[in-house]
Write a new protein. Structure first.
Length: 133
């Protein structure tokens, strides 16, 4: 679904969970999923469409550049985050995986990298999803 649709972003590693040893400057990780089930309707048989599944998929955009271009790094992170949002908006079913998905919460953090040799910006996007089972 989402990972396949984002794979066309040039110069960007798109991965499930955390990236492995290969870590380019631009990474989009499709990661944690938080899930909740609740009854959609009271059906004694537990048949079709009686259970609702709500969950949030966390997509993390991580951008790094050596040097001190904080604005450039943040702008690139926002560009990639906007790409994630555009993919979800263009196909709210996420390739048929859900009944409806939409961008939800977004959290930005930015600053110096741990080694203080460059700037890093991280954008975490919660994709809220609904599936009726």
């Amino acid at each position: 679904g989402l990972q396949t649709q984002l794979a066309g972003a040039q110069g960007v590693l798109v991965c499930l969970d955390e990236p492995g040893p290969y870590q380019p400057d631009d990474i989009i990780s499709v990661g944690d999923v938080h899930q909740q089930y609740s009854p959609e309707s009271v059906v004694g048989s537990g048949g079709s469409h009686w259970l609702r599944e709500d969950y949030t998929i966390t997509v993390t955009v991580d951008v790094y550049r050596g040097g001190d271009d904080a604005a450039g790094v943040f702008a690139r992170a926002r560009q990639l985050a906007d790409l994630v949002v555009a993919v979800v908006r263009s196909d709210p079913s996420l390739g048929g995986a859900v009944d409806r998905g939409k961008p939800g919460t977004v959290q930005h953090t930015s600053g110096w990298s741990e080694d203080h040799k460059g700037r890093q910006a991280v954008v975490e996007i919660g994709i809220d999803c609904l599936k009726t089972l």
